[in-house]
Write a protein that binds this ligand. Structure first.
Ligand SMILES: Nc1ncnc2c1ncn2[C@@H]1O[C@H](COP(=O)(O)OP(=O)(O)OP(=O)(O)O)[C@@H](O)[C@H]1O
Length: 687
């Protein structure tokens, strides 16, 4: 072995030394931050500085269980670029070495010990290939056990004699058992995923990806990337992550903090729009209609119908004089304001000023001295205010929707030519509510109220929105999300085949239209990191029926997985308990997925058999999961109890079943009493 290629042991030791030095440097950075005193001219700035220092010190805390770096690239600079170099370490002036980790660490001289994975130089770590090496001579990946560096793997990208081998470290990461909440994937982001992660802040990306292709992971890493790369812009405007339900948010909530981002709001669509308490649900056809984009038109008309035709002269007494603004001038002001395209409330606020200005012009013509203060006083005067109240009255979005759903005439006037009479009849409450407090609001109503509120008052959005499971949103929900993004960009993630709501989007171009982002780029992720081949093949039997145009994922798992289909012999619960117990005895998490209505019975059955099933959100090793809540989650071992009952429970039952079957990381057991859906017939032989 030459001097330039140290023994593997020496290399490993050199890397361990680098890790220890990096940890020491990180400690020093943190101590330095803690030694700073926040002092500024005023109290508010001092408090702000204190908070910033606290956050910084927090971000610099070292978690010994998480390696400080996971990879390294060596690049050649200048004349040596392009030369075949096989050496691993050793000093070479024309080489630059970068250790890549979750955050930046520098030594006492300010030189980088670890480079943040989001920095520009780190891009090559993720993208370099032998065909396009990005100047990378060496790419090294590290294996860790409990925070200590235990192995490394090298690729010499310029060495033409070396051929591609599947990375063991990468494989182990993809194959590791899934226990507890979702983890970050910074060490192993794949090139096609990295393209999405590093798309610029001004780019809206829509990602179609089959189950387990990493959409959620990619969306969260993109949020972290954007927050790092556009720190200042996003510090003002923020990033919002929207997911389908609390269980899902709980599952993903640790990813961004692990990546050092603690200030990201993560909400469900329901939380996003809830201004009134939701008391009940709508039948599917009514909810679908309420979610139809035509409702936006109806609401626009309903809100603006409050604008009245001016038909009286405005008189404004001041001192001994009385100024008048004739009807046609008021009408002109109203028309100009209406044409500006502002929110209803902005127009109303401006009308007072416009009318006051007209009075001012008359006062000036009569030789009076005027200024802005006088205009403001007139705008706030009783006659002007009450005139504005008549012509452009205040509107409460909740009451607008209340009236639309309770007053057939009001609805008819707003919906004429937009909704058919039969549709209008569907929307009306059987018994109109007495007031906003007693109304039996549904989620779809809250989305309508949100739209009405936006027609009344525009609000600015955040800098970036990550929308997960986007295929399930109604057009009206998509509009509500688009409003949160304002002029900012979005990452839209989803899978058409997993659309389970009656209003699920039929295609991405259509969803993008409602999101007001028709120009957005559509990316397709194909490689599946969750579901093993045996399970993919089985679940894919549903695709020709539920989404003929959608391809199944290409499983990149080395574990082929196992699939068992078990017909219960009269004792469904007993069979479910037996197979669950078997799964519990293996490595990793177990999810028992059942039709929602069966959750309690199955939980009791398992408990009776001595198992201890937890509920969603408990992070227990064994969880009972109602089928409607399983979207986005994954378990090493999935036991599905009676698929036919899951299918029968809802209109998009087969799509729900597709979601359920694609949660398994290692093994899938289907225990059934009722016959399987015919699409799944011809089941693979038991393992
Ligand atoms: N590059 C990667 N390296 C390692 N693991 C990965 C990678 N990409 C994805 N995974 C893992 O694959 C699993 C599935 O990822 P994720 O949940 O993001 O997929 P998804 O496309 O959102 O799936 P679904 O549509 O079913 O919700 C997760 O455990 C994730 O950590």
């Amino acid at each position: 072995m030459s001097a330039r290629t140290p023994s593997p042991d020496a290399t490993l030791q050199a890397e361990r030394d680098h890790l220890h030095r990096s940890r020491a440097d990180l400690r020093a950075m943190r101590e330095h931050t803690l030694s700073l005193t926040a002092q500024s001219g005023d109290h508010v700035s001092t408090e702000y500085l204190k908070a910033a220092l606290y956050r910084r010190a927090k971000a610099l805390e070292d978690d010994p269980s998480i390696p400080l770096f996971f990879g390294r690239i060596d690049r050649v600079t200048g004349d040596d670029a392009g030369v075949d170099v096989g050496a691993d370490t050793g000093h070479d002036d024309s080489r630059e070495t970068f250790h890549i980790g979750r955050r930046h660490v520098m030594d006492a001289d300010g030189d980088p010990m670890v480079v943040d994975w989001r920095a520009d130089v780190s891009r090559a770590f993720y993208r370099a290939t032998r065909q396009d090496p990005h100047g990378v001579v060496l790419r090294r990946r590290y294996g860790f056990a409990e925070g200590e560096l235990t192995s490394y793997e090298d690729e010499h990208l310029l060495d033409r004699t070396e051929s591609d081998v599947t990375s063991r470290i990468l494989t182990e990461e993809i194959e590791r058992p899934r226990v507890g909440p979702m983890r970050d994937i910074v060490a192993t982001i794949q090139p096609e995923q990295d393209e999405v992660v590093r798309a610029g802040l001004d780019t809206t990306v829509c990602v179609q990806g089959a189950p387990g292709t990493g959409k959620t992971a990619v969306g969260l890493h993109r949020a972290a990337y954007l927050l790092h790369t556009y720190r200042e812009r996003l510090a003002r405007t923020g990033v919002l992550v929207i997911g389908p339900n609390q269980a899902f948010l709980h599952y993903i909530e640790q990813v961004l903090p692990t990546l050092g981002e603690v200030d990201v709001r993560q909400v469900t669509v329901a939380e996003l729009v809830e201004r009134v308490p939701v008391r009940t649900g709508d039948p599917p056809d009514v909810a679908t209609l309420k979610g139809d984009a035509r409702m936006a038109q109806v609401l626009t008309r309903a809100v603006w119908s409050h604008l009245a035709e001016p038909d009286e002269t405005l008189y404004v007494p001041r001192g001994s004089r009385r100024w008048r603004v004739p009807v046609h001038e008021v009408a002109e002001s109203v028309a100009t304001l209406r044409a500006r395209g502002d929110g209803y409330a902005t127009g109303r606020a401006l009308l007072g000023q416009r009318l006051a200005h007209r009075v001012l012009l008359r006062m000036e013509a009569a030789g009076e001295v005027t200024d802005d203060r006088i205009q403001n006083t007139i705008a706030r005067s009783r006659p002007v205010k009450s005139y504005v109240d008549t012509v452009w009255p205040a509107v409460d979005p909740v009451r607008v929707v209340l009236r639309l759903l309770g007053d057939p005439e009001f609805l008819a006037s707003a919906a004429d030519g937009v909704l058919t009479p039969a549709e209008q009849a569907m929307l009306l409450w059987k018994r109109p509510a007495r007031g906003p407090k007693s109304a039996r609001w549904t989620h779809a109503d809250t989305v309508l109220i949100d739209e009405a509120a936006a027609i009344v008052e525009r609000s600015s959005g955040v800098g970036h929105v990550v929308l997960d499971e986007a295929q399930d949103l109604s057009p009206m929900e998509l509009r509500a999300v688009a409003r949160r993004a304002g002029a900012g960009s979005l990452t839209i993630l989803g899978d058409i085949a997993q659309g389970t709501t009656p209003w699920a989007t039929p295609s991405w171009p259509e969803a993008l239209l409602h999101l007001d982002r028709a120009e957005a780029h559509l990316e397709v992720l194909r490689n599946g990191y969750r579901v093993p081949a045996a399970v993919v093949d089985f679940a894919a039997r549903l695709l020709p029926t539920i989404a003929p145009d959608i391809e199944p994922p290409e499983a990149v798992r080395s574990n082929p997985g196992t699939l068992d289909v078990v017909e219960a012999d009269g004792d469904l619960l007993g069979a479910a308990a037996k197979h669950t117990a078997e799964a519990v005895g293996r490595d990793g998490s177990v999810g028992v997925v059942v039709a929602d209505a069966d959750a309690d019975t199955v939980a009791a059955g398992l408990a009776g058999a001595g198992l201890e099933p937890g509920r969603l959100g408990d992070d227990a090793p064994l969880t009972i999961v109602p089928a409607s809540m399983v979207k986005g989650l994954e378990y090493d071992h999935v036991v599905v109890v009676d698929p036919a009952r899951i299918v029968a429970a809802e209109t998009s039952g087969l799509r729900r079943l597709y979601v359920v079957l694609t949660r398994a990381v290692s093994s899938l057991v289907i225990v059934h009493a009722e016959p399987l859906p015919s699409e799944l017939d011809g089941v693979a032989a038991p393992r």
